[in-house]
Write a protein that binds this ligand. Structure first.
Ligand SMILES: [Zn+2]
Length: 244
């Protein structure tokens, strides 16, 4: 089996140089739930060098309609452990490091130092802010996505170039929150938004993200897509000091 056989269909699109860049890129995926399992699947299958998976949760039966790496027999297991095993079966060429810990500033900072691209696949703004600050401090690109019900959005933060999540959050205060910690969402909506996030991570690796400074908003109830330009606020308390 030739080295590139596994990736032949994607090399036909991005070329051998693009594939080499992907093979040289590591990613830290924060949250291995609905969004994170899809993103991890595509990044591992596509040949990223290494994935750090961060999530302290265990698999629940109510996760299985959207969290594609898990099976019924995984219920009760740590998500990152079940995901690492599954990803190892899919592509043993990719190193996967499971981290079953709560996301703290020190953990986020450590991973922002190690990984080339960060992926925010979380479901709450408290930890998103932690990951955002770590990304800005380490000057690492951060692919952010969120879903709710029929809707979702994706953007890519390039610290010092685009707005960070602090500024985005200021524009999104009307987003509904999860009642009693249960976020209502449809599985295919998660799949669409997560696929867009994975695609951005590929593009970051290759060198040309499409959603840097842009918020792609998808309304999958009515099948409409909007793109909103995001202007940087030089006075942002998190990233305003970064000049590039
Ligand atoms: Zn900012």
């Amino acid at each position: 089996m030739k080295l590139l056989d596994r990736y032949s269909r994607q090399v036909a699109v991005i070329g051998e140089e693009g594939q080499r860049r992907i093979r040289a890129t590591s990613a830290a995926i924060f949250g291995v739930g609905g969004l994170g399992t899809h993103v991890a699947y595509y990044l591992a299958a596509g040949g990223f060098k290494k994935l750090y998976l961060v999530d302290s949760d265990k698999v629940a039966l109510s996760d299985l309609h959207r969290q594609v790496l898990y099976s019924t027999s995984d219920v009760g297991k740590y998500k990152v452990e079940a995901a690492a095993k599954r990803l190892g079966d899919i592509n043993p060429e990719v190193e996967v490091e499971p981290i079953a810990e709560e996301i703290s500033p020190s953990l986020a900072g450590e991973l922002a130092g190690k990984a080339d691209v960060l992926v925010d696949a979380l479901d709450n703004w408290a930890t998103r802010h932690v990951v955002n600050r770590a990304a800005v401090k380490a000057l690492k690109p951060l692919v952010h996505g969120a879903v709710q019900e029929w809707y979702g959005h994706v953007t890519t933060v390039i610290p010092g170039v685009t707005p960070c999540l602090e500024e985005l959050f200021g524009r999104l205060r009307s987003l509904p929150s999860c009642p009693q910690g249960v976020c209502p969402v449809l599985g295919p909506v998660v799949g669409v938004v997560a696929s867009l996030m994975a695609l951005e991570a590929f593009k970051v690796a290759i060198g040309a993200p499409s959603l840097a400074g842009k918020l792609l908003v998808v309304d999958l109830k009515h099948m409409s897509v909007d793109e909103i330009e995001l202007a940087r606020d030089e006075g942002c308390p998190v990233c305003g000091y970064v000049k590039r």
